[in-house]
Design a protein around this ligand. Structure first.
Ligand code: ARG
Ligand code: ASP
Length: 672
């Protein structure tokens, strides 16, 4: 019954209401979208995308290390993902003598490929709708506790059955649509994954945080790995005797290029989206949470950047931390702006008003909207207190380190620079003092502040020659305890009810939609499971009187090149190639393509995803989104939301001309 409802709604949504190119679809249900895909240029079938019995495109897509996507591009287990996805591994192998971050790394023979303990690559074996089995024994009116218990029990059985007799598999059951549907996922997990190649960071991270989340973009954001298997081609722990994995499927590479209007498809593991949120939650994000968190991170970034500019050693220590702080900081700004510009809150409010009218006399739905409003109002203030706990109080490095038991001390001190942390303490704790109302402020904080007379004096006492770890730990313990004792329980219980409401609201939105042909295309929110997004190569207008075309090139890198600016200082070898116009077969109109944008709906986790053409061949590697469209995690605007991909020809050019690693090109199947 439930299944049928979902199918009907999917089919309905495939018609005229379709908001162009929004959606992250389940590969096993892609049959419901295939007609639309084909109308937009796709040449293959649903069975080509996902098949239980035969090899299909899905067999070449992997979950890379849990947080990214990767894809197989040769019959010998060669894998491509982003540079920023392999960054940790590249860094781990780097030292002053072998600075692969700065100089890049290329294994010229198989035995030069570097193992990466801890890194895994997972192939989806199959996925299956197990809603009926998960809900087996459920009766209407069952209490929430009983329901949860039942689901846990059934899920355990399903997982045990799927695991039976198999090793190196990872099995999970995941809820979709806030628990209206459940899917089983069975993965094969490989743990011998070796680093094969990476360009210098000045190419792989070109533009750094200055260009991050932006178009036009010129980042050569790729790295290469190889999956190894035991002699039986099955997953095996690292061993010298392992052999390159023979995949069921690998992507052929289309080097003939793309053009505006071409069909594109992204096949990967998007992490988290919230497309069905109630308006008040979106409002909180755009007007409260994001602005406060942005302001707090601006304080930190200003201090970090100032000190990093003064001293190269400090710059190296804080490079990765700074990138992390900056990544979300920049995204939150784009997201808040996008939500407001799109009038997403007003649109949702209008929808909610119509929904309420429609729901009159339908007991399961008719009070949803008012209840949401009450619940969100009840937690608005303490949600902000929570944000300040994590983004201000706990964001002081020493406080978090001491409070969490001084774990990883060696690494902590290696990358620690006290003057930065001290200034952050002063700035962040002042902000907490100013912006958090007295009744929400931790008593310990108030006592200490009174005792020392000022945040500055308090800082002097902690950040001494030998930092006072005990004081830092006390701050952490006391303020977190205050929050956990007083606010966390309320927050948790309200959030539990909110989650429950969403389960009903989700159903309600679908029924409403069916009844009125209302507003939205339904696809489950991203939850780190495999999805298909499709669209076309397309420019956009970020603001009045500005239009961005969709393809960038090496000439753009040269325009930005500046030895004085860290983010734009390219390797001399690349300058030389440009000066000599030594582009080989990768030349297009006198330059080499670097990146392109398209309308595929993607999010964090889609980094490294294969970008495919109408025939299912690889044309790019997804790595980011445009800044003005980062609200797509909450609301997607087809006019503005674009994913950013590396043009695969730029990777081929770098491998060929900069790395001279022809042997890698030879194992790929390149359509020229
Ligand atoms: N914005 C991209 C993503 O969300 C890439 C981030 C890595 N690069 C950086 N400069 N911080 O992951
Ligand atoms: N850069 C993101 C990632 O690492 C992708 C995105 O958010 O668009 O997954």
């Amino acid at each position: 019954m439930r299944k049928i409802l979902f199918a009907v709604i999917f089919l309905l949504s495939g018609t005229s209401l379709l908001r162009a190119d929004e959606g992250m679809w389940l590969p096993s249900e892609i049959i419901l979208k295939i007609k639309d895909m084909q109308e937009k240029g796709f040449k293959l079938t649903a069975e080509d995308i996902y098949s239980i019995n035969n090899s299909s495109l899905k067999d070449a897509v992997v979950h890379f290390g849990g947080g990214c996507t990767g894809e197989i591009i040769s019959n010998e287990g060669l894998l491509i993902t982003n540079h920023h996805c392999g960054y940790g591994q590249i860094q781990q192998h780097s030292s002053v003598e072998h600075d692969y971050l700065t100089n890049g790394f290329w294994a010229m023979t198989r035995d030069q490929e570097l193992p990466n303990p801890g890194l895994t690559v997972s192939f989806l074996d199959y996925m299956e709708d197990v809603t009926e089995q998960v809900m087996k024994g459920y009766k209407k009116g069952m209490s929430e506790e009983k329901r949860t218990e039942l689901i846990e029990k059934n899920t355990k059985k399903i997982i045990e059955k799927a695991k039976k007799g198999r090793s190196s598999v990872s099995v999970s059951v995941k809820p979709l649509y806030y628990g209206n549907q459940y899917y089983l996922y069975v993965f094969k997990v490989f743990s011998d994954v070796r680093l094969v190649g990476a360009p210098p960071s000045s190419i792989g991270k070109f533009g750094g945080d200055t260009d991050n989340w932006m178009w036009p973009r010129h980042t050569g954001d790729f790295s290469l790995f190889r999956v190894y298997a035991g002699p039986d081609n099955e997953p095996a722990p690292y061993s010298k005797d392992n052999v390159p994995y023979k995949p069921k499927r690998f992507f052929k590479i289309n080097a003939k290029g793309i053009q505006e209007g071409d069909f594109t498809m992204v096949y990967g593991f998007p992490g988290r989206t919230n497309e069905y949120l109630f308006s008040d939650a979106v409002k909180y994000t755009a007007y409260k949470s994001n602005p406060h968190k942005i302001a707090l991170r601006t304080l930190r970034l200003d201090i970090q950047n100032r000190e990093m500019a003064k001293d190269p050693a400090v710059r190296i220590k804080y490079a990765s931390k700074n990138a992390n702080v900056s990544n979300a900081w920049k995204k939150w700004q784009g997201e808040a702006k996008g939500i407001i510009k799109m009038r997403a809150i007003e649109n949702k409010q209008e929808f909610e008003a119509n929904f309420t009218k429609w729901s009159e006399g339908k007991p399961e739905y008719e009070n949803l909207v008012s209840r949401f409003r009450e619940l969100y109002a009840a937690i608005e203030e303490i949600s902000l207190v929570r944000d300040y706990q994590s983004e201000a109080l706990n964001a002081v490095e020493l406080v978090a380190f001491a409070g969490r038991g001084q774990r990883g001390a060696e690494r902590f001190y290696k990358d620690y620079y006290m003057p930065i942390d001290k200034d952050c303490f002063i700035a962040l704790y002042k902000a907490y003092d100013k912006n958090i109302a007295d009744k929400y402020k931790a008593p310990y904080f108030k006592e200490q502040l009174q005792k020392f007379g000022s945040v500055e004096a308090w800082a002097e006492a902690i950040f001494t020659q030998e930092p006072n770890l005990e004081m830092a730990a006390e701050i952490y313990r006391n303020t977190n305890k205050f929050f956990n004792d007083n606010f966390a329980p309320v927050l948790d219980s309200v959030n539990r009810e909110i989650t429950l409401l969403y389960r009903t609201y989700m159903m309600g939105q679908m029924e409403y939609n069916k009844a009125t042909r209302g507003m939205k295309v339904f696809y489950p929110d991203a939850n780190s499971t495999l999805r298909v997004a499709y669209g076309q190569v397309k420019g956009y207008s970020p603001s009045d009187a500005v239009y961005y075309t969709p393809v960038s090139s090496l000439d753009g890198i040269i325009e930005k090149d500046n030895p004085e600016i860290y983010d734009y200082n390219i390797p001399q070898a690349l300058r030389d190639l440009h000066a000599a116009k030594d582009y080989g077969e990768w030349e297009v109109n006198g330059s080499v393509p670097v990146a392109f944008i398209a309308t595929n709906h993607t999010t964090g986790g889609n980094s490294g995803s294969p970008v495919l053409d109408a025939e299912g061949n690889l044309i790019g590697v997804n790595f980011d989104r445009v800044w003005e469209g980062t609200m797509s995690d909450v609301v997607y605007d087809p006019e503005i939301c674009r994913n950013i991909s590396l043009d695969i020809r730029f990777a081929l050019f770098i491998i060929d001309k900069l790395a001279d690693a022809d042997h890698l090109l030879e194992e790929m199947e390149i359509i020229r």
